[in-house]
Design a binder for this molecule. Structure first.
Ligand code: C2E
Ligand code: CA
Ligand code: CA
Length: 639
């Protein structure tokens, strides 16, 4: 059988068709295979990209994946800022291609192509300004937080990009946007977390600070300084024996009076000012603390700690001597300072604190500014806490007695008065002097009661002596707190009335500092006593802040020169000069003057020559019980 030419032609034609169909099928198949391969490679894209730790790595990986889909020779990813108002470049591929397409992109942005693609969410292919190239724009996001634009440059026409590649491109870009978004959310979370941690840390630090610093003065508080002291002691234990730690305990005298008479606000202000003054002289602010109330402390360490503590204590006394200016009031405060030194005075924190306390109370009693702890203070200091309790009982059990010391007139050597000095006849400890227990009575709030008792005893004595023909005014000592007590004049009036004695027979001695603490209130009490006819004198003149200005304001008639000047005026020329000028000053102000502490004849003689009015002292008679006094009165000047 043979074929005709026609049939041959038909065969050739159908073979050609067949070949074409096969080619076509092969083509489709190739695309499908390519697409399948790419789709497979996308399957790990999302999990992989989500693990990347920075936006730049995410974008880099995105571009690498895109390159496997479509051969872009330049790529860029632009993100939209938070306000949707601006596109900013986030990535370039290759990284040095920036300049080449940047201009082209800004043109596309300006002409609104970016915005159009963003809005329509459809890819756009445009002819590039470079001949033979096209620009592909594809929106990058479906998410609300991360939105952006992909820009790619390809050679030739857009038609060379198969449909399937567009779909895959869109998947890669939205995967990338998701990864960026979770990264962004993570960053926000991390920042919030860091902020939270920071604020927790700040708050903890604040609380720590609050727990270690005094709220009022902002100085380290009791806890903090005790910890520091303990730490210093531990360091010391490891070091050589020369190393010392000195603990300085500072207590304000009469702070209670300020608080009570001027109010707590004023008290607080005063403490703040005290804190400032102390800070001024400290090199290391962390070594200074307010322990609470009116107590402050300083720690010094090193081989010369003790001598530095002495210097510091003197400095403190000096800076505290200046009056405090408070709301147009000028206040003067004394301080009592006790110093204890580790390891000499104690082996641990507790011992050092209690020794410093003993030394501080020795200063308070003696009014000596500062005291370094010595073992004999323990016995003389007694146990002040138990003693305070016993004093209350002592008052109730009438264990307080008065001793009397005469004053003589220097013009005729005749007795002209007496001073009542309180003593405590303790059932087991024996006779205790006022310097030991008056500060306790002041601290323990029983001073008013004590003064009342002394006034009663003094008034009874005056009345009794009058019956015996001993007609002398008797003075008692008032504490700072007494003159802040507006009930005092009434009490005095009742006592005088009870014993039927003329007011001029009772005199009262007040120290300068007692008055200076709260001049206004004190002045009202003193004026009331003065109007009643009770004689008033300034005691211990010269030791406080002897201000002539206030002497004129006070209803006092007599100045008593402090015994510390008088005692030594025969040996110390300076003291002699001081005594002389106080006498002159007093006379210029029409005040009469008593010199106390007259211990020998030559002093008595000098005082007469200087024109002093009265004298009191051991040379004339040591303070003694009432019957001894009467004995003295009867024999004095009669020999
Ligand atoms: P003061 O008012 O200055 O009393 C005088 C002190 O000097 C008395 O000490 C007295 O014994 C002492 N003295 C007298 N003459 C001499 C002398 O020639 N040489 C020396 N070295 N000392 C002399 P005392 O009795 O120990 O009293 C001490 C302080 O206690 C008094 O000092 C006074 O401030 C206070 N005081 C005494 N009795 C009372 C009282 O009833 N109430 C109050 N609030 N305080 C009192
Ligand atoms: Ca006195
Ligand atoms: Ca005195």
């Amino acid at each position: 059988m043979f074929k005709t030419a026609d049939s041959n032609n038909r065969d050739r034609q159908s073979l050609k068709d067949l070949k074409q169909r096969i080619r076509h099928l092969e083509e489709i198949n190739r695309f499908t295979l390519d697409a399948l391969e790419l789709a497979a490679s996308l399957m790990d894209f999302q999990p992989n990209i989500s693990k990347l730790e920075s936006p730049s790595l995410i974008l880099e990986e995105t571009c690498a994946r895109i390159c496997r889909l479509i051969r872009f020779h330049n790529m860029a990813i632009y993100l939209v800022d938070e306000n949707d108002s601006d596109f900013f470049p986030a990535h370039w591929e290759p990284s040095n291609s920036k300049n080449r397409i940047a201009q082209e992109i800004s043109r596309l942005i300006e002409q609104g192509f970016f915005s159009w693609v963003m809005k329509e969410k459809r890819p756009l292919i445009l002819a590039s300004s470079v001949p033979g190239q096209s620009v592909v724009l594809h929106v990058m996001s479906t998410s609300s937080r991360i939105r952006g634009m992909f820009v790619g440059l390809i050679k030739g026409e857009s038609s060379t990009i198969p449909d399937v590649s567009w779909s895959l491109l869109s998947i890669v870009l939205s995967g990338s946007a998701n990864a960026l978004e979770s990264f962004e959310l993570y960053r926000i979370f991390r920042e919030a977390n860091v902020k939270l941690k920071r604020s927790v840390l700040n708050r903890t630090r604040q609380l720590e600070i609050q727990a270690s610093y005094d709220q009022l003065t902002h100085l380290p508080n009791r806890d903090m300084i005790f910890k520091k002291l303990e730490k210093e002691i531990r360091t010391c234990e490891g070091e050589d024996q020369d190393h010392q730690v000195a603990f300085i305990l500072i207590d304000l005298d009469m702070f209670k009076e300020v608080n009570e008479s001027l109010g707590h606000d004023m008290g607080d202000k005063l403490l703040v000012q005290v804190g400032f003054r102390l800070q001024e002289i400290m090199d290391d602010q962390e070594c200074l603390a307010r322990l609470g109330g009116d107590e402050f402390a300083v720690i010094l360490s090193g081989p010369d700690a003790e001598s530095r503590a002495r210097q510091t204590a003197s400095e403190i006394i000096r800076i505290m001597a200046e009056p405090f200016e408070m709301d147009r009031q000028s206040l003067v405060l004394d301080v009592s300072i006790g110093i204890a030194v580790y390891p000499r005075d104690g082996k641990n924190l507790g011992q050092i604190l209690s020794k410093a306390d003993v030394a501080m109370y020795a200063s308070k009693r003696k009014k000596t500014g500062y005291t370094i702890y010595e073992s004999h203070l323990d016995s003389s200091g007694l146990n002040r806490l138990s003693l305070m309790g016993e004093l209350k009982q002592g008052l109730d059990r009438n264990e307080l007695v008065l001793f009397y010391q005469p004053k003589i007139s220097l013009s005729n050597q005749e007795p002209c008065g007496a001073e009542a000095l309180v003593r405590w006849l303790h059932p087991t400890r024996g006779l205790i002097l006022p310097d030991e227990f008056i500060p306790l009575a002041e601290q323990g709030g029983i001073i008013k009661e004590l003064t009342h008792r002394v006034m009663l005893m003094a008034a009874k004595q005056i009345s009794h002596w009058r019956n015996l023909g001993v007609n002398l005014p008797l003075s008692i000592n008032l504490s700072a707190r007494d003159i802040q007590d507006s009930g005092l004049p009434e009490q005095v009036f009742q006592i005088l009335d009870l014993e039927k004695i003329p007011p001029a027979m009772l005199e009262m001695e007040i120290t300068e500092s007692a008055f200076m603490t709260s001049p206004g209130k004190g002045l009202r009490v003193l004026n009331a006593l003065n109007r009643m006819g009770v004689g008033l004198s300034i005691d211990d003149f010269g030791t406080g802040y002897s201000s002539i200005a206030y002497l004129k304001e006070l209803p006092v008639k007599v100045l008593k020169i402090d015994r510390s000047f008088v005692k030594s005026m025969d040996k110390d020329e300076n003291d002699r000069k001081i005594v002389k000028s106080i006498i002159d000053l007093a006379h210029n102000l029409d005040l009469r003057i008593v010199a106390e502490g007259v211990e020998n004849k030559s002093i008595l003689h000098s005082l007469s020559q200087m024109g002093c009015d009265m004298a009191q002292g051991f040379h004339i008679m040591k303070p003694g019980p009432a019957d001894e006094f009467v004995q003295w009165f009867r024999t004095w000047n009669k020999a």
